[in-house]
Design a protein around this ligand. Structure first.
Ligand SMILES: Cc1cc2nc3c(=O)[nH]c(=O)nc-3n(C[C@H](O)[C@H](O)[C@H](O)COP(=O)(O)O)c2cc1C
Length: 192
């Protein structure tokens, strides 16, 4: 069983989080855990006209962002859930990025990501901001050097997507590639 923790923070891109959790839900041998920050709840209301339960209902397990005593806050929880754990932070706000880069974590999304880093477990940050300040860029470099994958949501157009859903699905496939999760969501095959 592969345990995937999906952290959702308050950046624009909630439809991507919804698509990602929906796809994970349909995968065999994958167990999903979800944490939604207060900031994410606000953006979700704007972008999907829904409350946080819309996201958490798509996961097998959900944790409150202010519950720093919940399992994902500790390295032993990650280890108990086997060495096949990974965390996807989708979307990752610049606020959460900054907290992670400084190590001053304040909620369960930040703490869980901090634990993933210290335990050397896969952590993918799907960042959403433009343009980027020197502070954002420095934070990204710091986290890359600490072992995280920095993966700005950058749609590919080479598969000729016709709908937003196709754009999101392709992006999810590329995120799954980063943690070695097998999928059949489309991949560039080259031109020759
Ligand atoms: C509608 C809306 C869209 C936002 N989009 C972004 C964004 O794309 N990137 C970002 O870094 N912050 C964005 N923010 C600001 C964050 O939500 C805010 O900094 C928040 O405190 C982040 O907290 P969190 O990381 O704990 O969720 C947005 C806020 C709102 C209300």
């Amino acid at each position: 069983m592969r345990h995937i923790l999906v952290g959702v923070s308050g950046a624009s891109g909630m439809p991507l989080a919804v698509r990602l959790l929906t796809l994970l839900q349909g995968m065999p041998n994958v167990s999903t855990h979800c944490i939604v920050t207060d900031g994410a709840a606000k953006v979700l209301r704007e972008e999907c006209h829904a409350g946080p339960e819309y996201l958490t209902s798509l996961a097998d397990y959900a944790y409150a962002a202010d519950d720093l005593a919940a399992g994902p806050s500790s390295g032993s929880w990650w280890r108990r859930n086997s060495n096949h754990c990974a965390m996807l932070l989708v979307p990752c706000s610049m606020g959460t990025l900054g907290a992670l880069a400084s190590g001053a974590t304040r909620n369960l999304v930040q703490r869980a990501a901090d634990v993933a880093l210290k335990e050397g477990l896969p952590l993918v940050l799907v960042t959403r901001e433009s343009p980027l300040s020197a502070i954002h860029l420095r934070n990204m470099l710091t986290l890359r050097q600490a072992g995280a994958v920095i993966m700005p949501f950058s749609p590919g157009f080479y598969l000729h997507p016709q709908t937003l859903d196709e754009v999101l699905t392709h992006a999810c496939g590329r995120i799954f590639d980063q943690i070695g999760l097998a999928h059949d969501l489309g991949r560039w095959q080259g031109v020759s």
